[in-house]
Design a protein around this ligand. Structure first.
Ligand SMILES: *[C@@H]1O[C@H](CO)[C@@H](O)[C@H](O)[C@H]1NC(C)=O
Ligand SMILES: *[C@@H]1O[C@H](CO)[C@@H](O)[C@H](O)[C@H]1NC(C)=O
Ligand SMILES: *[C@@H]1O[C@H](CO)[C@@H](O)[C@H](O)[C@H]1NC(C)=O
Ligand SMILES: *[C@@H]1O[C@H](CO)[C@@H](O)[C@H](O)[C@H]1NC(C)=O
Ligand SMILES: *[C@@H]1O[C@H](CO)[C@@H](O)[C@H](O)[C@H]1NC(C)=O
Length: 221
């Protein structure tokens, strides 16, 4: 009887620990991490810090959602949303107040067959040639937003949008973005924690743990 109770406790504790580990790894927002990496890179070169705009971030996520079928074999995104897509699809989907829509001064998109940590995505996917580097260093930008999404059985996409708009008064979200129903992916400036590519590995670790627990319980029979 005493031993049975001990086994139960052991399994329960193991589970609790696992839930804590999974919760810890899923915390945060990889899109915000990428914004921080870009700002570090800019400020190291004495360029002004860019404001992290949730409105631009949400539209960057819309951008990669639209392009989710179009990752080429050489990891470039073969997709050209029109300017109208920004004002007629992306902005309304995000609840960006149209009068606050400002100039978009550049975008960088990239895709890869699997998820990469933000620092690797920055150097291996997004900023790997002269063109993207000079865009990153453009003095006209004042703000930016990052969106990212992984497609089931597909590739992982990242998008950075830059703007020269007046900080904090452009790309304003209705109700401070409360109405955005974020089902998939991450966007910067959001207070919603999201996971870039860890969903799958968290699931795998849960499955492995359950399998171990089953084996353990079977051994007790
Ligand atoms: C990547 O592939 C696209 C089309 O598949 C092609 O147009 C482009 O030139 C390629 N880019 C590089 C760097 O090879
Ligand atoms: C994605 O690629 C397909 C095939 O090349 C093309 O027809 C389609 O227009 C592209 N999608 C977008 C949103 O550009
Ligand atoms: C920086 O961006 C602005 C606005 O898009 C553009 O007019 C300008 O040519 C860019 N400057 C450089 C050095 O690329
Ligand atoms: C900024 O990023 C570029 C591209 O990855 C890299 O070559 C450069 O060394 C970085 N600069 C700093 C100061 O980190
Ligand atoms: C914009 O808003 C952020 C966060 O509320 C604040 O930290 C920042 O100082 C503001 N920037 C300007 C230029 O008002």
């Amino acid at each position: 009887m005493g031993k049975k109770l001990f086994d139960c406790e052991w399994i329960f504790l193991c589970h609790l620990l696992l839930v804590a580990v999974v919760a810890a790894t899923n915390h945060g927002n990889a899109a915000n991490d990428l914004v921080d990496i870009i700002n570090k890179n800019r400020t190291a070169q004495k360029l002004p810090h860019l404001n992290n705009s949730p409105g631009l971030g949400c539209m960057a996520l819309q951008y990669v959602e639209l392009c989710r079928e179009n990752c080429t074999s050489n990891n470039t995104v073969n997709c050209k949303p029109s300017e109208d897509d920004f004002t007629e699809v992306f902005a309304p989907n995000c609840g960006v107040e149209l009068p606050t829509f400002s100039t978009i001064t550049g975008h960088i998109v990239g895709c890869q067959s699997k998820y990469l940590e933000p620092l690797l995505a920055f150097s291996h996917v997004l900023v790997k040639d002269h063109k993207s580097l000079s865009l990153l260093r453009n003095k006209s930008h004042t703000e930016m937003g990052v969106g990212m999404i992984g497609v089931h059985k597909g590739s992982f996409f990242w998008c950075i949008l830059f703007s020269s708009g007046k900080t904090n008064s452009t790309f304003v979200l209705e109700d401070h973005g409360i109405g955005i129903k974020q089902k998939k992916g991450c966007y910067s400036g959001s207070s919603i924690p999201c996971n870039g590519g860890q969903k799958l590995s968290a699931m795998i670790s849960i499955i492995i743990s359950i399998a171990f627990q089953l084996i353990y319980m079977l051994q007790q029979l």
